[in-house]
Ligand binder design. Sequence first.
Ligand code: NAP
Length: 280
Amino acid sequence: MERLKGAEVSAKIKEQVQAMLEKAGGRTPKLAIVRVGERPDDLSYERGAIKKMEAFGLAAESRAFPADISNEAFQKAFAAVNEDPEIDGILLLRPLPGHLDEKAAENAIDPEKDLDGISPWNAAKVFAGDESGFAPCTAEAVVEVLKAYDIPISGRRVTIVGRSMVVGRPLSMLLVKENATVTICHTRTRDLPGTCRNAEILVAAAGRAKMLDQDYVAPGAVVIDVGINVDEEGKLCGDVDWESIQDTASMATPVPGGVGAVTTAVLARHLVQAALRQHG
Ligand code: NAP
């Protein structure tokens, strides 16, 4: 089984970003990462994203707020980030604490700065196959991996396990745009192993450690693992049981080292796109 390496895909995106930056007229696009509280997942994602922006020659800063900030104060602070002319793009780390109105933030975010496609405006564009919007970075990262490795998508049967607004649903639309035949699975899907085995490309985005083993994979299938989980030994792992699919799948993305690295590279590309659209 061939290992599909996120770092290689990220390096290709870096070249695109550098070519795009030459058109930015010397201005360095700047990302604001909006974080509420100190959740370890958020802190780790924030660190990774800032490191990646810097490695790509872009600027990034954290706009962090205490976990007990009132909804009114948070919405006001979020509006200030939205209106800040120094900020070209925004990444809102979610989920927000339960007392904050996440929907209000999704509706308020400037669609031109909405790098992770959380606004209804961008979701509608993804649904319509309109590339002028921003798709969620992880969903776009999956398509990037397939394209970077010249894996044909058109006409292929793709099964996605997971129907969230962050991964499964937008990804299904991006793949339909690429002329794939897409099946979306979730917790009510009957015969999940059989439905997955029908796929030529299987995308795992369920958030269940090592749930998909060889029984879910057709011989020769390509497996893209979006999951980020921690196993019983406290080690990072995906939704796919890597060892189990070795003799079944033809290619697969590892965790770590797969889709995650591509997600932040796509975020960087979105940042430059946003800056060019806003400032020419
Ligand atoms: P989520 O909102 O919890 O959605 C999980 C989806 O998987 C739901 O649609 C759920 O079905 C389905 N599901 C869960 N268990 C299942 C099972 N046993 N059988 C069939 N379907 C099942 O999660 P998410 O935000 O989409 O994230 C999914 C995974 O991707 C997580 O591990 C997350 O950490 C990871 N992730 C990675 C990146 C990256 O950059 N690599 C970015 C974002 C997320 P129902 O709808 O029926 O509940």
